[in-house]
Every structure is written in C-alpha cells, then in structure tokens.
Design a protein around this ligand. Structure first.
Ligand code: FPP
Length: 241
C-alpha cells in the first residue's frame, strides 16, 4: 500500500465512525443557542466526510441523533430536523458526484414524515453507488439494531452466526469501522456501533465537534496508522503475517 500524500501514513482506515459530540457546549461557550452549534456541526460533518474520502477512506458513519436524544426539548429536535429540511439535500449533492452511497441508519420511522421523505429521496439518488458510502445514524441505538437483527433471523427461522448477524445490520456488506473517533471530551461509546466497532481503534479528542478540523482528522488517521492491530494474535504472529 502506498504512502498517503496528505498524512504521510501508510495505513488509511477503510471505515471511520465519528461520535460528533460537543456542539451544545461549543455554542454555549460563545453565548449562542445550541441550534447554532448543531448548524456548525453539520457544516463540519460534511467537511470531514469530504476530507476522509480525499484521504482514501471508503466509508464514514456519523452519529447525528441517538434514540435517547429524542427525549431532548422539542425546540432542539426541531432545530435538527430543520437542518435536514433546509440543507441535507444540498449538502449531499456533492457526494452523488463522487459515487458515494448515502444511507440513513436507525429507526427513521420515528422522524417527522416530511423529514422521512427527504431522507428517502436522498437515499434513492445514490442507491446505485457501490464501494463508497456515508451512513448517517439518526434515531439510532446499537442495542436496538442488534435486537432488530436477531428478530429478523428468528422470523426467518434461522440461528445466527457472526456473519449472518452482521448481514442483518444496517451496515451489511460494509467493512467494519477500523477507526472510531469521539469528540467532546467524553470517553464512551454511547450505544454506537457496538458490534461493528469490536476491533476499531478508539480515538478520543478533547475538541468540541464544530472545532474538530481537517487537520485533526489527519492527526487521528496518522495515529491510526501507527497502531499495531493484532486482532487477538501475538506481536510475533502479526509480524510473520
Ligand atoms: C451531540 O452533541 C450532538 C448531537 C446530538 C447532534 C449532532 C448533530 C450534528 C453534528 C449536525 C448534523 C445533523 C444532522 C441532523 C444530520 P451535543 O450537542 O449534545 O453537545 P453537548 O454534549 O456539548 O451538549
């Protein structure tokens, strides 16, 4: 594998997952409403996705709204839905051109009907794209995803294996995330991709999401590149292939 021109690193993650935490605190520090933080967060989300694809990453999954977040004040949720209503299609336009498939993962039936329509439209536009993808987790919870998958297997009358269970998740057919980044100074997974991130390298940043720059992403990728991934093997086994 060649050296990446931007990071100078030899190993680029195939799939990066990001927990985009800290929009509210970032806005509060600037005496601005939380919705301002989310708007900046959305702009950063798009910027980081573009950067990731430029670096050679094939899949990016972002945690935009957890099932638990649905208990937030109506006003904040409406602000997030308005971001989707007003900007989502426009922002996603740039990914169509790059052949990136867009999927919204989670219990999307819990979203307002008009937001569901927008999501469907955007997903359909890229349904033909293969090999590169963006997953936006909305109304997502990893435990609920696993329960849903097991119930699908039960309905088919099948016992699950690791492979069959993976194929029943929203991320079916995609490589597992190999780098998971969380911003916002918290050090937990918050019910995000618990199955898929089993072997992911975990990178925690003290920066709030709106201030997590392209350079910060490159730093995380360079850090990933320096990690030795053993997948349960010894150092010697890894060295001998
Ligand atoms: C968690 O940080 C972040 C969220 C609940 C929303 C994340 C959303 C975006 C980055 C914008 C993209 C949006 C969509 C709808 C695609 P927080 O705001 O809870 O931060 P805090 O911990 O500082 O309060």
């Amino acid at each position: 594998m060649g050296r990446n021109k931007i990071t100078g690193s030899t190993k680029i993650p195939q799939h990066i997952a990001i927990i985009m935490d800290g929009n509210g605190r970032w806005a509060k520090k600037r005496l601005m409403p939380r919705s301002f933080g989310h708007k900046k967060g959305m702009e950063r989300m798009i910027g980081l996705m573009e950067r990731a694809f430029d670096l050679g990453v094939s899949y990016v999954t972002v945690y935009a709204l957890s099932t638990e977040n649905l208990n937030r004040p109506e006003e904040e949720l409406n602000g997030l839905y308005d971001l989707i209503r007003n900007h989502f299609e426009g922002y996603m336009e740039r990914f169509y051109k790059k052949g990136v498939r867009l999927r919204i993962i989670g219990e999307t039936h819990l979203l307002p009907a008009d937001v569901q329509e927008i999501i469907k439209k955007v997903e359909q536009k890229t349904a033909h794209c293969i090999g590169k993808g963006v997953n936006v987790a909305l109304c997502y919870g990893s435990r609920a995803e696993l329960v849903r998958a097991v119930n699908m297997a039960i309905e088919k009358g099948e016992r699950v294996t690791e492979d069959s269970l993976s194929s029943l998740l929203y991320t079916a057919g995609q490589p597992d995330p190999d780098l998971l980044i969380r911003t916002g100074r918290e050090v937990r997974l918050s019910n995000f991709l618990l199955w898929q991130a089993a072997y992911a390298e975990l990178y925690f940043s003290d920066k709030m999401f709106p201030e997590f720059s392209d350079k910060d992403l490159e730093k995380a990728v360079a850090w990933f590149s320096s990690r030795v991934r053993r997948f349960g093997k010894t150092d010697e086994q890894v060295a001998n292939g």
